[in-house]
Design a protein around this ligand. Structure first.
Ligand code: PHE
Length: 346
């Protein structure tokens, strides 16, 4: 029986060591240590031995079982390690491979300029106002002191929208209509800027688009003077184009302001000397003026108490000048070769 135990122990240890998979090992365990194994048969027959032999053989059987158990456990652990290594190997990632960096995209140059302008004005205390792009004749023209027969209407070559039951709707020709809507909605004081899209019946060419963008400004309060307009525009010109910029004002006519002016800023490129961008050193930037008393009255304001200034600035024009874009149509072509040059500019 002692010899048989030795044989079973040796056979078991080599069977465990030979197991290639955990299934192999399970089978070997049943074969070597299971209820029907020779080893179990020996243990079961211990009872028939006399006490002296039972002790010796019993002891040897316990030793053999411990050895077999140890070999089994060692092999099981080794197989688990192997399986884990195989999994790690299969799952291996090459961390030295450069990652794929996603394109971040960019703001459109018009958005960049618009955000900047709005930021300058809000830092001065102006609030952002909005109005509809489809306007009625009264807000777009009449309230702005442009009566039905006024020649300014033909100059604007408006795009009319035909909606049954709503005669005289048009795509707004300027953001000035937002001045009217803002004053109708609240009493003075009013300090607003209104960025937005405007439409004119225009054939596109290098300097014209039928759809473009403006930023309108309106300040109305008691005691607002032309000096406030000048000071505000100078601050904005410097913030947009640099501290060294000066502004100049020349007379201009807009039906909704009196007096009206056009405002130029000294060229940011040549500092007012004259260059390819500006021609004579000055860049004409916007129309402005003191809000016409009739406009204030049209909105229910008392023009004896309140005065104000307004201005309107073309966003495309600022973008073209600043980024030296040669053709306004490039702003709407959607060509990524233009847009990707603005990546990272916010
Ligand atoms: N609305 C004018 C335009 O589009 C600009 C302007 C606005 C002029 C406000 C004076 C005051 O040309």
């Amino acid at each position: 029986m002692l010899r048989a135990l030795d044989t079973e122990r040796d056979r078991g240890v080599s069977a465990f060591e030979a197991a290639e998979t955990s299934d192999d090992l399970d089978a070997a365990q049943v074969d070597v240590l299971g209820r029907k194994s020779p080893f179990s048969a020996i243990q079961k027959s211990l009872g028939s031995l006399d006490p002296e032999d039972r002790k010796r053989v019993g002891q040897a059987a316990n030793d053999a079982r411990s050895e077999l158990q140890a070999a089994l456990t060692a092999r099981r652990e080794a197989l688990e390690r192997l399986a884990e290594d195989a999994l790690l190997h299969a799952d291996r990632l090459d961390m030295s491979l450069p990652g794929r960096v996603p394109r971040v995209g960019s703001f459109h140059p018009l958005s960049i300029v618009e955000h900047e302008l709005v930021e300058v004005f809000t830092s001065l205390g102006f609030k952002v106002a909005e109005g509809p792009e489809v306007e009625d004749d009264w807000h777009n023209f009449q309230a702005l002191n442009i009566p039905p027969d006024h020649p300014a209407r033909t100059m604007k070559d408006s795009l009319y929208v035909s909606v049954p039951g709503h005669p005289e709707l048009l795509l707004r020709t300027e953001t000035s209509a937002v001045q009217i809507r803002t004053m109708q909605a609240q009493p003075p004081p009013v300090f607003v800027v209104a960025p937005g899209r405007v439409y004119r019946r225009e054939t596109s060419d290098p300097t014209h688009l039928p759809v473009f963008h403006q930023v309108e400004g309106l300040a109305v309060d008691e005691g607002i003077t032309f000096a406030d307009l000048k000071g505000t525009l100078e601050v904005v010109a410097k913030a947009m184009f640099g501290e060294r910029r000066r502004i100049r004002l020349g007379p201009a006519f807009f039906p909704f302001v009196e007096p009206g002016c056009e405002v130029g800023v000294s060229c940011f490129r040549c500092d007012g000397v004259g260059c390819r961008v500006c021609g004579n050193g000055w860049i004409e930037l916007l129309g402005a003026g003191m809000v016409h008393p009739a406009v204030l009255e049209n909105c229910g304001y008392d023009s004896e108490r309140s005065t104000g200034f307004a201005f309107g600035l073309g966003i495309e024009r600022v973008a073209l000048l600043r980024y030296e874009i040669p053709d306004i149509r490039m702003l709407v072509d959607g060509d990524v070769r233009l847009l990707e040059q603005f990546e990272g500019v916010a």
